[in-house]
Design a protein. Structure first.
Length: 239
């Protein structure tokens, strides 16, 4: 039986160092997505949180600094090595693929945070079911994804006659720190997202389109407007 070939896409091991450095200080990550996610999380003191797709650990670190008990998982061993350097040898970090069953019993986390990871998955159903399984009753799932309206607009401006209402694959080439990687994303309309959340047993309590952090205007003067569409955020409650 032939051995399955590794996917040429989304190989974060290939450019882990470069991506982590970009993520640390970029407008979209450091001054937009992470501040918004932390704002939605609120007071996390004493809460047990799963950082699902933790990468090199910047959100894990911020949550831990706020008093949370954090576990991080990521499919990239290279990114987790960077996270361990940042967070220390005692940090609870594990290699796990969000498209497969998670290495945890049920009902163990107060919150799961899925920061910019679901848009890598074609089928959200099994992943959401697993995240629901590991959450305690009344636990929360906090999600950020690429904004479907912004993605459709950018693709249309690039001459792509994409159909907003379809679930469709998109590939991009990223170059960071001299390293190039092929990235694959699954775009879906807003109603497909909300339908998937409800089907997995979540109640949608917040849909948010926040602005960047206030200091972004001074640090990134090219930002012409105080608000722009980039990511879409959800707070979901487990039933």
């Amino acid at each position: 039986m032939p051995t399955a070939q590794p996917s040429p896409f989304n190989d974060y091991d290939r450019f882990a160092e470069a991506y982590a450095a970009e993520n640390e200080a970029s407008l979209l990550n450091a001054y937009y997505e992470r501040p918004a996610m932390l704002e939605l999380a609120g007071d996390v003191t004493g809460r047990r949180i799963l950082d699902a797709g933790c990468g090199s650990g910047p959100l894990f670190s911020a949550l831990r600094d706020r008093g949370a008990l954090v576990t991080g998982v990521d499919v990239s061993a290279g990114m987790l090595e960077l996270a361990r350097r940042r967070l220390g040898a005692d940090a609870d970090l594990r290699v796990a693929d969000l498209a497969r069953p998670l290495p945890f019993p049920g009902d163990v986390f107060d919150d799961v945070i899925a920061s910019l990871v679901l848009h890598y998955l074609e089928d959200w159903g099994p992943t959401l079911a697993e995240l629901r399984r590991v959450l305690r009753p009344a636990g929360r799932l906090l999600v950020s994804v690429e904004h479907p309206f912004a993605i459709t607009l950018m693709r249309r401006l690039a001459g792509d006659k994409t159909n907003y209402f379809e679930i469709r694959n998109r590939t991009e080439e990223w170059t960071m720190g001299g390293q190039t990687a092929q990235m694959s994303f699954w775009d879906r309309p807003l109603h497909a997202m909300t339908d998937a959340f409800v089907a997995a047993g979540f109640r949608i309590s917040v849909i948010s389109e926040p602005p960047p952090a206030p200091e972004a205007r001074e640090l990134f003067p090219e930002l012409a407007a105080p608000r722009f569409l980039g990511f879409l955020f959800f707070v979901l409650e487990a039933g």
